[in-house]
Each structure stands twice: as C-alpha cells, then as structure tokens.
Design a protein around this ligand. Structure first.
Ligand code: HMG
Ligand code: MG
Length: 297
C-alpha cells in the first residue's frame, strides 16, 4: 500500500551543487539551505566533508553547516568518507552524517579510491564513535541499478552492501541509482529483495533522472512501501565520478506528483521552486525541473 506521508530528503545543496561547473559561494549555499528549510523540508543535505581536491564545489562545508540556523525537528546530514571528514564534520556541529559506498567495485574505486571492503574499514574507524555521540547516520549504496563502468549490478550484491551498511550502524540506507538507468520493474525486484533483509522504514530511494525514469521508479518504490525519497531542488545534480549522472530527480516534480496523489510531505512546493530559481540565477542557467519549466514566474 502506498504510504500516506513521505519524507523528502533534499540533496540539492550537496548532490546537486557538487556537480555544477560554477562553484557557488558560501553565502549562496547557506541561503539555498535556509530557503529549503523554510519551505518545510525536514532533511536537507548541507554539504560534504570530502577532499576539496576531489570535489572543489563542496569546499567550505564546515562554514556552511555552522551558519545554517538549525530548526527543531530538522536534520542537516553531511557526507563523510573517512575519519578525517567525520572529525571535521563533528567540529562544525554536525548531528547527522552520511557515509557512502557502492554496489560495484569500479565505481567505488573511482569515487573514493577504495574497494568496497576498504570503504567499510574506513567507516569502522568512526561510525562506532558517531553512534556513541548519538549522531544520526545515513548510508548510501551507489550504483544499485547499474554501474557506469561495469554495467549490470547483481541485486544480491545490493542486498549485501545495504545489509553491511545497516550492520555498520546506519539508521537509514539510501538505495542509489547513481546514473539513472533503473526502470520500475527493477525497483520492484531490488526493493522487494531488500525488504526481506532490512526494515522497510530504514530504506530510502535515491534516483537520478538521467533517462526520465525517476518518477516512475519512485511510484514503484512507494508501491513497495518505501516512504523516504531523495530529490534535488530544481533537478540540480549528478556525481562527478559517474559519467552521465546528470540530474537528480527534481524536488518540485516529486512534490507535484506526491501532492497530486494526496500524499502528505509538509513541504511547500512554491517555496521550493523559489529556492531553485534563486540558485538557477546564481548558476546562470535554467534548471531542468519539469515543474519549473511548466510554471515559470
Ligand atoms: P585519497 O586521495 O585516496 O585519500 O582520497 P588520502 O587519504 O590519500 O588523502 C589525500 C588527500 O586528501 C590528503 O591531503 C588528505 O588529507 C585529504 P594532502 O595531504 O594530499 O594535502 N583528505 C581529506 N580532505 C578533506 N576531507 C576529507 C579528507 N580525507 C582525506 N575527508 C577521499 C580519498 C575519500 C578523501 C577522496 O576520494 C574523496 O574525497 N572522494 C570524494 C568523492 C565524492 O565526494 N564523490 C561524490 C559523492 S558520492 C555521490 O554523489 C553518490 C550519492 O549521491 C549516491 C548516488 O547517487 O548513488 C551519495
Ligand atoms: Mg546521487
């Protein structure tokens, strides 16, 4: 049965901006997050504590996190690949962190210069501390529906990696279609297998809309009982280490569909669109969200 309420996890300020050629200034990044929170989003991924040499767009995430005004009942997760990133995030006041690995070896190597096993060894160096500190932890499994280097990914591998993330201490696991190749029947298969291994409430889906299948995939995931969906304001996004990973599912397009179906999110669609227009102006390009294109102001 489709859930009556869905939590939308806004990843635009991280997954979106990390792939933009124009590096947004810190003031604009803070203002973007503030606008998204004002729009009613309860989870806004604010940045990444990764190497600025690998992803220059996320440099200064410590200052961004420090400057965002925290609202009760909201989460501001930040990506951390290793203990160094975790410590920096903690010093900047992070109360939520997100670790990331993949279901395919070649992608993981290109993305974080580590095998899947090595990424779990790195997590073991700080996740027990994060749990003791009472932090909320999200785990991303990338390339769950296909890999830009290896092609098909075995769904059994996806279940294995997601289960390992859970055992490593993740409260929530986001199942990622990093390069937007998945189709609804695959979602039914993968989520169907995952729910036999993990509580459905601990699962989120993360679709990139590269081939236009993201909303159809969300619908399939909702029908499987998923109630947490990642999206990016304006459809900003991608992954710098996944060729072809242009564009996360746009938050506006997701909200339009959910609200039209009578599913509650607590988010103001018009206010998200305003936040996207603001960022689009700063980046100097129109953003790909269909809703934004259909309803220009
Ligand atoms: P490395 O080069 O193997 O690491 O990179 P290293 O340990 O050899 O360190 C190299 C340098 O980086 C050193 O500096 C370290 O101090 C520094 P140097 O001594 O040369 O001046 N360093 C750091 N600096 C800042 N923060 C850190 C950090 N760690 C080391 N945390 C590393 C390994 C993981 C750091 C690198 O590969 C990296 O930063 N990768 C990030 C890649 C990334 O951010 N990708 C995008 C996010 S994932 C994604 O988009 C997918 C997702 O959306 C889900 C989906 O769609 O599927 C989540
Ligand atoms: Mg992504």
């Amino acid at each position: 049965m489709i859930p009556a309420r869905v939590t939308v996890v806004e990843v635009g300020p991280r997954d979106g901006l990390q792939n933009e050629a124009t590096v947004l200034g810190l003031d604009d990044r803070v203002a973007f997050c503030e606008r998204l929170l004002e729009a009613g989003l309860r989870v806004v991924e604010a940045g990444a504590f990764v190497s600025p040499r690998w992803v220059p767009q996320m440099a200064g995430s410590d200052e961004v996190l420090r400057r965002i005004r925290r609202r009760a009942g909201t989460r501001l997760p930040v990506l951390v690949p290793n203990r160094k990133g975790y410590e920096a995030a903690l010093s900047a006041g992070a109360r939520e962190v997100a670790v990331f690995t993949a279901a395919s070896e070649t992608f993981n190597r290109k993305n974080i210069n580590a095998t899947i096993d090595e990424s779990f060894q790195r997590f073991a160096e700080f996740l027990p501390d994060a749990r003791r500190e009472g932090l909320w932890v999200r785990g991303y499994a990338s390339t769950c529906f296909g890999c830009p280097y290896e092609g098909r990914v075995d769904p059994a591998r996806v279940v294995e990696v997601c289960s390992r993330l859970r055992e490593a201490g993740c409260d929530e696991i986001s199942v990622g279609d990093t390069i937007g190749v998945g189709v609804p029947s695959q979602v039914v298969d993968v989520v169907g297998r995952l729910r036999t291994a993990l509580p459905i409430e601990a699962l989120a889906v993360h679709f990139h809309d590269t081939r236009g299948t993201a909303l159809a995939n969300v619908l399939a995931a909702l029908q499987e009982g998923i109630a947490t969906v990642d999206s990016s304001a304006g459809g900003l996004g991608g992954c710098p280490y996944a060729p072809g990973a242009s564009g996360n599912l746009a938050t506006e397009d997701l909200l339009y569909m959910l609200h039209g179906m009578g599913i509650e999110t607590g988010v103001d669609l018009a206010a998200v669109a305003e936040a996207s227009r603001f960022v689009g102006q700063r980046l100097g390009r129109p953003l790909p969200s269909r809703y934004l294109q259909a309803c220009p102001v």
